[in-house]
Design a protein around this ligand. Structure first.
Ligand code: AMP
Ligand code: ZN
Length: 115
């Protein structure tokens, strides 16, 4: 499914142009417009799914592709000390864009619990 009302579907289609850092046949990774760490990249499936559970149920291999893409982004960004992967799921958890996206955060010390 592609939704012209969905910002990340429009990014996958190339308009408006995101700041792409990595791309595969099934995923697109681009810089977050409001970074919360020196490296803050979002990895999305090219197909529209509203959240992580929906993606895992419909296309489990693409969920694995998201994690592999995130690891490639971390390598390319030099996050050898470690990085954090976040999947905000649902409004109560802070999800604001309902096209699943894996946050890749790194380049600074990470606090735990994350809040
Ligand atoms: P979430 O709150 O987990 O749904 O994450 C949505 C993320 O999308 C936030 O971190 C936003 O900063 C990011 N975002 C929103 N609009 C854009 C945009 N135009 N380009 C890049 N990132 C965006
Ligand atoms: Zn979408």
């Amino acid at each position: 499914m592609t939704d012209s009302d969905c910002l990340f579907c429009r990014f996958v289609a190339g308009e408006p142009a995101p700041d792409v850092v990595h791309e595969t046949a099934t995923t697109l990774a681009f810089r977050d417009i409001n970074p919360q760490a020196p490296t803050h990249v979002l990895v999305v499936p090219k197909a529209h799914h509203r959240d992580a559970a929906a993606l895992a149920a419909a296309e489990p291999a693409v969920m694995a592709d998201l994690v592999a893409s995130a690891a490639e982004v971390a390598r390319a960004e030099g996050l050898g000390d470690g990085y954090r992967l976040v999947l905000n799921t649902g409004e109560g958890a802070g999800q604001t864009v309902f096209h699943v996206h894996l946050h890749v955060l790194g380049g600074r010390a990470m606090q735990w619990p994350p809040g």
